[in-house]
Ligand binder design. Sequence first.
Ligand code: ZN
Length: 490
Amino acid sequence: MFSLLLLLATVVVLAVPIGPLHAQAAGAAETEAPARIIFEGVTVIDGTGAEPRAGMAIVVEGEEIVAVVPVGELADEQRDGAEVVDGNAWFAIPGLIESHTHLATMADRAQAEFLLNRMLYGGITTARDMAGDIRSLMDLQRASLVREIDAPDLHFSALMAGPRFFTDRRTVASAAGETPGEVSWMQSVTEDTDLVEAVTLARGTWATGIKTYAAIEGDLLTAIAAEARRQGIPVWSHAHVGPARALEVARAGVRAMSHVCGIGSAAIPDDLFREGQEGLLWGYFDVDLEDPVIDSVYAAMKRNGTVLDATLLLEIGADQRPLAETDTAAARRRSEFRDSLRARQGPRPTEPVDRQRLGVQASCENDDAFALTRRAYEAGVMIAAGTDERAPPDSVFPALYDGIRLLNEEVGMPMPEVLKAASLHGAVALGMENRIGTLEPGKHANIVFLSEDPLAGAESLRSVQLTVKRGTLYYRDEFVLGEPPGRPPG
Ligand SMILES: [Zn+2]
């Protein structure tokens, strides 16, 4: 049977014409997956929270893991004809999941490929894009699946928001050539919207989830979440989609909530918040983060199985960032923006619409963001590792490494839990926990091999040796940092 497969494979390879596509595939730094590969002698940290197991073999067939067993228990028929990769002294963890990225706000194929390539060779095998130009995202998704490009599997969202959000320049860019709010991947929704049709249209974009972004009332969000559940597509919401605040969002039963600082919105006094929504006030208000309403938010999230996509790297201010290398132009702009908001806090009845949308938000310094995330973790809420950030162009590692480090060192989550955040909980947000997120038979062969013990700390990720995505091998020493993106992140 095996030799017949080999013969067939040979015929197929010979039959491929020498054309541009073939040339591209040959140039890609990858190894064609044989029928069976055994990664032998590795220490497996399977991502379920189980103890590390040394001296293991991971058996991969095609795109799937078929066995994770002690080397001594490998059957002869498993060894027969298999390619063996010596993993002695290596640690194996599940492929990482970047739960919050933006690859096509303004579609730019070269820039997206640069970022995706760096992610993949850094051990990220799945990325969740949180709204952009879906025409570009679909193309990237397909190119990754057929291995035209070296990239993680890509999942993306169809956005819904209230009408007043669609003057935002990002929505204009992501709907280029069409009217933002009136395209299936960026829909303007109100209480009069036919939600059966709206959710159906969103599903028709091939999006994995619906992202609710802004200017949505609690009742409308609850109705969207209910219809999405009925049609089998997850809703990914900002923690604060003013008018709906974190408690209403949590109670709506969405699959994931992004941006931990938005959780603080639940503790803003009602009258202040209302004035903010009416455009009378805007800026940051010091809330009591010990307010029991925060506990109510987390209790609802835990009850509904809602994942917190904390995006700590985004939430911390540039000036207070512990790493100099994350001090990008975009981060500085954001910091200046925040400062100007604080400086000009007060009545602003004639401010433009986007300030009305921002309204009154909870003040959230670095330590507040860490404390809010820690409380979520202690309350038993699933935390995912999304960044909403980019590493500087000359960084050879993806931004996710810094996000992981913050969860470990600043939030205080032990590394086994951080690894869960960076894989299993990302899978839960995607609704794909049966296919990815842990090293178990029946799941995609998405595996990261490290030479240093990942339980020792986040820095160990930099010892990545090999990324396996759906059974295809990407050796770190074949990684070449591509051309840096042409424009600054934004
Ligand atoms: Zn985002």
